[in-house]
Design a protein around this ligand. Sequence first.
Ligand code: ZN
Length: 330
Amino acid sequence: MEYSDKGYPGNTCAKERGESSGIRYSRDEQVQMRAERICRSIQPERARGSYAGRTAAGDGEARGSYAGRTAVGDGEARRQRREQEERHERRQKRQCMVLAVLALVLVGALALRAFLARNVAATSGQASPLGELLLVGDLKLARQDPLILVNKEHALPEDYKVELHWLKNGRNAVSELMYESLHRMLTDGSTDGRQFVVASGYRDTEKQQRLLDEDIAADMEQEGMTWQEAYDKETRETMPPGHSEHETGLAVDLVSLDYQVLDEAQEQTRENQWLRENCSKYGFILRYPRGKEEITGVDYESWHFRYVGEEAAQEITERGITLEEYLGEQ
Ligand SMILES: [Zn+2]
């Protein structure tokens, strides 16, 4: 490197060259200044370099380690967060699964219930023929239908059998099916000073035939009627054999002890009034009401009570209908 008085040509700094300031340095001064300049230019470089190095290294290390630590810390935190999120997701999935399973179970249960209800309904719909099959032979006694319809159009089945319960008077019997209800009804009515007489209960076909024959003969003899006229008149009250409710054992003619005549005046007795008011509670209906003669085919009979069971009796009485209407047979 060559020195010149003109200063250091490589140095573009006018101030350091001393040109612009107008100061002139001696050669020794210039050498010293250059040396110092070099030193300054080197020292800071080294310092900066070492500092930068340190900084780079330190910072790098620091950053690295910090970043590392942070990265490690962050990584761990992230992993933990991820794990937490995954656990949360798994928990949510489990809850969803549980809810789905519960919903399925609920839907299944409802479907099963509906299916069973339909099945039971179908079964009970088919129960009628099955029940009829079960009523063959002696089983009929145990399964006697309290809603059996017997009138002029509906004859009693030829093989009809009834288990009878004889009353204490020794003259009358009724179906075992209704005996307890009849006994309870008459006992309750008696506690209030009413006194009842069972005028008629079960009748077999022969007796029914005999009763009808006697009535027809009396009409022909006393009224001069033909057999047909007498038959038509009598069957307004006394059914032909096989068509009387008395043959079922489920019907009774009840009268007052003080007035035992089967006519219009019977309904004036306290006994009859009590019976008409209370019989449905015991499963009985007034079988041939006034105003329903066209439906029943029988004149009004205030004394003839028919056992049909409590449920049917209450509905028939409340609605003011007949057994024919109740059974949809009219
Ligand atoms: Zn009767």
